[in-house]
Design a protein around this ligand. Structure first.
Ligand SMILES: Cc1cc2nc3c(=O)[nH]c(=O)nc-3n(C[C@H](O)[C@H](O)[C@H](O)COP(=O)(O)OP(=O)(O)OC[C@H]3O[C@@H](n4cnc5c(N)ncnc54)[C@H](O)[C@@H]3O)c2cc1C
Length: 545
């Protein structure tokens, strides 16, 4: 518990994070009982500022939550018209036909959206129902009650000096107490991490797995634009170095989302995910599309990939983990937004039932049951072996066997592989640098590919420099004394924002550049970096990501 004295406010439900999960929970609570007091706290300068998805949206979550979303003007207007899937070689490509793909891989009925805009619109719907939505309010601390239950959060603390002491402009923030506290911070949230450790929520489950997703928005030549086209690729340039692949989604207004995901269980610490993304854009198929266009935005975010077997226990005394704080992405579909929404709805229904019965601060077990046994669990269970197959056997066998496994799950509801394990964490998967060759990456040309810092300026990222560095090191000596000799300090390469450098034998953290992707917290082989939230309003300011 914090020692600073703060004002407190009482709510029925306090929700951390205005992503699809948190906002859906807020809306459902107010739909069920307009008198419930519900608050949503968001660290971004506005709702949507930190949201980064592809995104092809499966509207099933929205259908369940706001059935008349079309009439209400949801920014979900570009239906998917065409699905393409390619395996790339350095200069060539092979189109994988759609017919052998299991039906769940089809994007028919889905939409290409800006999830940032969808969240902005969803927040308006929530506010119309009376939810209090506060952007610019980072939740930096959990408050525990006398019986070890979560009682609330501290939000809105501003004005600390770099050494953590209060400056003249210090504002202590507020305590927001709730009968239940929902943690919907998305991937690798700092409060979720604390809760998972404190209540041992991962016990009995596989470790969570992650990818790093990087994305640019391009405005391209109208002659090349095909509104509604969805293209996915695998293969080059990653080859055997890492799992992952790309997405190219043609939204409206001649804009295209170009994205690249690198699975973070790669072994070679010389791998440079950002440069793999830049190299990918020089494939003839992609370069031809982008030539003459301009990149208008850049961002990056980790994505959960552990799926069904990695979901930790998601309830604890006084609250619940929602959406990607649990990890609900269907990996072969690259879709998690629908499950995030459904989880918010399910958590709200469990909390409403509990509060109506006069309960508070206990475990919402009916929420966990609904997630595991309901639509979310069914969605994730069918594809549970795709990621472990890919990690163990590589791209081609996993395409064939993973496809077969998804078919048997789809048709018969069973897998001959059972439930495969993930094994190591992504940090543990990193091997010693001297076991691997450094990788020579071509220099960005400034037209199709860009250096990292130039691209970061297109994320509109900003952090007040006079605050403590939010990328904390458990032991400041580890980067130079352990990570540099053993792993060639991979933070210099895995960070998609160029936050970490080794300069004259010193480890430098340019925290101002941090885009809040959380990759460092996940991939540091020594698990020495702890990402904590900076003050509210800081970080990227994504437009229509
Ligand atoms: C590159 C990429 C491509 C993807 N493509 C797709 C796709 O095409 N389709 C799809 O369905 N899914 C896709 N996903 C997955 C999808 O983005 C996630 O499943 C979804 O965002 C999860 O929603 P959420 O609400 O749990 O978390 P988020 O969307 O991450 O929202 C969490 C919110 O909480 C805020 N927050 C975090 N910590 C705090 C704190 N301490 N205090 C206050 N606020 C906080 C964040 O700023 C953020 O606004 C993609 C993901 C990535 C990274």
């Amino acid at each position: 518990m914090s020692e600073t004295t703060r004002e407190s406010m009482e709510y029925d439900v306090v929700i951390v994070g205005a992503g699809p999960a948190g906002l859906s929970a807020a809306i459902r609570l107010k739909q069920l009982d307009a008198d419930l007091q519900v608050v949503v706290l968001e660290k971004g300068s506005e709702v949507g500022a930190h949201i980064l998805s592809g995104a092809v949206l499966d509207p099933c979550g929205l259908d369940a939550l706001i059935p008349d979303w079309r009439e209400r003007g949801a920014p979900v207007t570009v239906p998917v018209r065409e699905d393409q899937f390619y395996v790339l070689g350095e200069a060539g490509r092979i189109r994988v036909p759609n017919w052998p793909m299991p039906p769940l891989m089809s994007n028919h009925g889905n939409y290409i959206v800006s999830m940032g805009n969808v969240c902005r619109w969803t927040a308006e719907q929530a506010e119309e129902l009376g939810v209090e939505v506060f952007p610019g309010m980072a939740c930096s601390e959990l408050i525990y009650g006398d019986n070890g239950e979560v009682k609330g959060v501290v939000a809105g603390e501003f004005g600390k000096n770099p050494d953590g002491t209060p400056s003249d402009a210090y504002e202590p923030g507020m305590e927001l107490h709730g009968k239940y506290v929902f943690i919907s911070e998305g991937v690798r949230g700092s409060l979720a991490k604390e809760l998972i450790a404190r209540y041992d929520l991962s016990s009995g489950h596989e470790p969570q797995k992650f990818g790093l997703g990087m994305k640019e928005i391009w405005e391209i030549d109208p002659d090349k634009h095909r509104e509604g086209r969805v293209t996915h690729t695998m293969g080059w340039p990653l080859g055997k170095n890492a799992g992952g692949g790309s997405f190219i989604y043609h939204l409206d207004n001649n804009q295209v989302y170009v994205g690249f995901v690198v699975h973070l269980n790669y072994r070679n610490p010389h791998l440079y995910p950002y440069m793999e993304f830049q190299r990918f854009k020089h494939h003839p198929m992609v370069a031809e599309l982008l030539e003459g266009g301009k990149r208008v935005a850049y961002g990056a975010r980790a994505i959960t990939e552990g799926g069904y077997q990695s979901m930790p226990k998601m309830v604890f005394p006084g609250g619940a983990l929602l959406g990607c704080s649990v990890g609900m992405v269907n990996v072969p579909r690259i879709k998690g937004n629908q499950n995030a929404m459904l989880s918010g709805k399910a958590a709200a229904e469990a909390a409403f039932e509990a509060i109506s019965a006069g309960r508070s601060s206990d475990e919402l077990t009916s929420y966990e049951t609904e997630v595991r046994q309901g639509a979310i669990g069914k969605d994730l269970k069918k594809v549970r072996n795709v990621k472990p197959m890919w990690s163990k056997w590589g791209l081609t066998p996993s395409l064939i066997l993973g496809g077969f496994d998804m078919w048997t799950n789809n048709l018969l509801g069973l897998s001959i592989f059972g439930t495969m394990k993930h094994g190591k964490t992504d940090a543990e998967a990193t091997e010693l640098a001297d076991k691997h060759q450094p990788i020579d990456y071509p220099r960005p040309d400034g037209k199709i590919s860009f250096d990292r810092l130039t691209n970061v300026s297109f994320s509109m990222t900003n952090h007040e420099e006079s605050q403590p560095c939010h990328l904390t090191l458990k032991d400041p000596s580890v980067p130079i004394e352990v990570n540099l000799p053993k792993y060639a300090e991979p933070a210099q390469r895995y960070c998609p924002a160029g936050v970490y450098e080794v300069v004259d034998g010193n480890f430098v953290i340019n925290f101002q550049n941090c885009v809040h992707c959380k990759t460092c917290d996940i991939k540091d082989p020594s698990q020495n970096i702890n990402w904590v939230t900076p003050q509210g309003g800081d970080g990227p300011n994504y437009p229509n990501m």
